[in-house]
Each structure stands twice: as C-alpha cells, then as structure tokens.
Design a protein. Structure first.
Length: 456
C-alpha cells in the first residue's frame, strides 16, 4: 500500500467531506471550462504559452542576465540564491538590517518550498500571512492543501471557530463576507505598522526588469504600499521575455486557476518609490538540475495555476494532505519525484492516467506523460512494488496466450462462489472500496461468435 493510499484512506473515512471537497473543486473546473470556451483562440494561446516557456528556459542564462541588468538599472537590489538556505538567509539578513521583527507576506509557494516561515520564526521574526486562505491555514497550524486555494478543504464553520479564537470574531457567524471583513480588520493595523513586506512573483519580464504579482484580495499591494522595504522572491523559471509574452500568460492564468477572466489585482513592480527599498531574490533550488533532465524539464513551464489539481479525479477525491510532497496533485507528483525519488515515489499511485491534467494545462506541460515515465523508472531505482510486479507478470503470462486467456475467462465466474475474505484479501488492492460486478452468463467472445454465425 503506497503512502498516498494510506493517507487517502483517512480522508475517505469521512465520505460527506470527501464528496464536498470533490464538488467544490469540480465547480472551479467547470468555471475554467466556461471561460476557456469564451475565448475562440484558447488553444492557440496554450500553444503560444508553451512555446514561450520552452524558448525562455532554453535560453535562461541570457534572460536571467538581462533581467538582473534591468532590475539594477531600475534601482532594485538583486540577490541570487542557489538553494533554500541561501534564500532564507538573504531574507533574514534584509529584515535584520532594518531592525524589524515582523514580516508581512502574501501567498508564495516558493516560501513553502524553502521552509522560510519556520526558519524566520526560529530567529525571532513574526511571519504574518496576509492572504485570506493562507491566514486561515496559519491559524490552523497546517500547510496549504492547494497551491491557489490554500483553504479549500476547510469549511466556513471551521473558519468561524478559528477566527473566534485568534482574532475575537463571532464564532456563530460563518458568513463569508463577515469573516473576510474580520480578517481585514485584524490585518489593517499590521499593514499600517510594518517595515518589511514580501510578495511572490507570478511572472518576471526580462527586458524591463518588472515583475508581476496577481492576487484577488489586494493583500500584496497593501503590504508593499506601506512597508519601507519590499522583498520579492522568484524561481528562475518565472521569467518571460517581454510584455507581449506576459499578455499571453495573463489571459490564461486566472481563467485556468479560478475560472475568472482576470485576477482582481494584477500589479507590476518595476522600481522602488522614493524612500522605499525593493529587493528581488532569484532562486534556483534545484531548477538548474531539472533543466538538465531532458525527460522532465517540461515541469519548468508550469505557471502554478492549479488547473491540473482542479480536474484531477484522484486529488479531488482524496484531498491535498494525502500526498507526501508539499505540493499535491499531478504537478506535485512530478515535482516531488524531481526533488527526491525515494522519498516521494509513493505519490505515483495517485494517478489514473486519465490525462485530464495534461488536457487543461495552460502551458501544455506533459504532466501525465511524465508520471508514466516515472512509473517505468521505478524498477531501475528498485522501488517497484513486489506485489504489483507479480500480478503484472501473471497477467502478461495469461494475456500473451489466447488459449490460456479464454480458459481464464470461462473459469472466472468461480470467483463468485469463493469466500469473500479470500477474494478481497490484502493482495487485491483494487478490491478496497469496490465490489466485483456479477459475471455475465456468456462472454463477449461467445456472443460475438454466435452473432456472426447467425448472420452467415
């Protein structure tokens, strides 16, 4: 039983919640489909986005140098981080330089990837999440279960309870508008009295040195507007060549992520205002290694929209915490394998190879193809499940021999007379949660042959 299967079993222990989670995510998927159908050139945009990303990562050194050069010309301080340790240290040094003890940040999966919050908290820095979903998860002391909708697995009644404990709101009022206003109220004084604020980066424009941040709450703008020091962190794959390229991705991002034509706030940062400092930290953390992997460097095209998660039947039905990597879903399966094959190979079972993820990806990342390739590599790394290997060998033996296969088909109804405990023994992993249908009195082959003889 894989690590994902074990955790999924816990999530499915509450069928009502599992069904609710599935419906919530599929609703977002349906919104995406509606938005995509309203854009006649949608598939052309996807193709163009894929081409731009492939071109950019292929010429990454050129664009990185151009981006740095233009950032410096704009008065932005540029830092380079080879790994998570470098990034966290750079952030801490900037905070310490200004004598601050608090960091207000908007949602950033890169900060989750690098374990930035725990690193800073260990050094006495109060890290405040300003994104509503991230704020909820921070109060619950849990990581996000989705890269775009971090609190999608939390019901509003649960939010009301935790807000009552943390910010003194009414525990009996779970109205979303009320809860949002309470969150804003609690954050306002923090925004007004902060020295250092942080944002992630959705896209960075090489030929201008500008970087784009897309939000629906305006929390990133609130943080950067009042703080004396702005820090933005970005992976090296976030680069696009120019504003024309940026326009392609902005038409795809929100439609794919949340099913809306555009994010409420699409902010471009280029240079600091008078009296403010602006820092950009450009992070590798294994991305160069991914770039060198010819079979899997397609993952660097990912724009972190979450569309693959919203459509994935496995993710929707088993939840984000069933995955051992901090990013769940199809994108997380692939990124986890690239991070540590042995540690995260248990997530490979969380895929039916339905190709839904690959079909909706706005940058045409070959997510399902890569999962299939990873599965073929398990034997090479001595990670293949022994039981599955035995079953596949047995199937191969039968399927390659027509006489043996036909005999097996004829004898199959015997299973119905066998003890249930034997049929649904631990070896039959597929039998968990599902029963075999009744066997027909005649096989398809018999019916087919009979029909042919009658026609003659």
């Amino acid at each position: 039983m894989s690590t994902h299967s074990k955790e999924a079993k816990k999530f499915l222990g509450n069928p009502e919640r599992a069904s609710w989670h599935n419906d919530a995510l599929f609703f977002v998927r349906m919104k995406r489909d509606k938005q995509a159908s309203d854009v006649p050139e949608w598939e052309d945009l996807r193709k163009r986005a894929s081409q731009i990303k492939r071109h950019t990562i292929t010429n990454l050194p050129v664009y990185l140098e151009a981006f740095e050069r233009n950032c410096l010309a704009n008065g932005v301080r540029v830092h380079w981080a080879a790994d998570a340790s470098d990034m966290n240290e750079a952030v801490y040094e900037i905070i310490k330089e200004h004598g601050a003890h608090r960091l207000v940040k908007s949602k950033s999966m890169l900060s989750e990837e690098c374990g930035m919050a725990p690193y800073l908290e260990e050094r006495g820095i109060d890290v405040v999440e300003s994104d509503l979903g991230e704020r909820i998860m921070q109060f619950l002391h849990e990581p996000p279960s989705h890269i775009v909708l971090p609190a999608i697995a939390v019901k509003r009644e649960e939010v009301a309870d935790v807000f009552a404990k943390e910010i003194g709101s009414d525990a009996n009022n779970s109205d979303p508008t009320y809860l949002t206003h309470q969150a804003r109220r609690s954050l306002r004084e923090i925004f007004l009295n902060t020295t250092v604020a942080m944002t992630g980066v959705n896209f960075a424009v090489a030929d201008t040195g500008a970087f784009c941040v897309c939000t629906n709450e305006g929390n990133a703008d609130m943080g950067t507007s009042f703080a004396k020091v702005q820090i933005s962190i970005m992976g090296i794959e976030k680069l696009v060549p120019d504003y024309e390229s940026l326009g392609v991705f902005l038409r795809l991002l929100a439609r794919s992520a949340t099913g809306q034509a555009s994010t409420t706030y699409t902010s471009l940062y280029k240079k600091p205002v008078e009296g403010q400092e602006m820092h950009i930290i450009i992070v590798d953390n294994g991305r160069s290694r991914i770039l060198a992997d010819k079979e899997h460097n397609d993952m660097l095209k990912c724009i972190r929209c979450g569309a693959c998660m919203n459509t994935c039947p496995v993710y929707r039905r088993t939840g984000g915490y069933s995955y051992s990597y901090f990013i769940p879903g199809p994108v997380g399966i692939n990124l986890g394998m690239l991070a540590d094959i042995r540690k995260y190979c248990g997530n490979l079972s969380a895929c039916s190879l339905c190709y839904g993820c690959q079909n909706v990806c706005p940058a045409k990342v070959t997510l399902a193809d890569q999962i299939y390739l990873w599965r073929q590599d398990l034997e090479k790394y001595h990670l293949a499940d022994p039981m599955k290997k035995t079953v596949v060998k047995a199937m191969n033996l039968v399927m390659r021999r027509p006489a043996l296969f036909n005999t097996a088909i004829k004898c199959a109804p015997i299973i119905e007379k066998m003890p249930r405990a034997l049929v649904y023994a631990p070896i039959n992993a597929w039998g968990r949660g599902r029963d075999l249908p009744p066997f027909p009195s005649r096989s398809f082959a018999d019916i087919w042959k009979s029909t042919l003889s009658k026609e003659k």
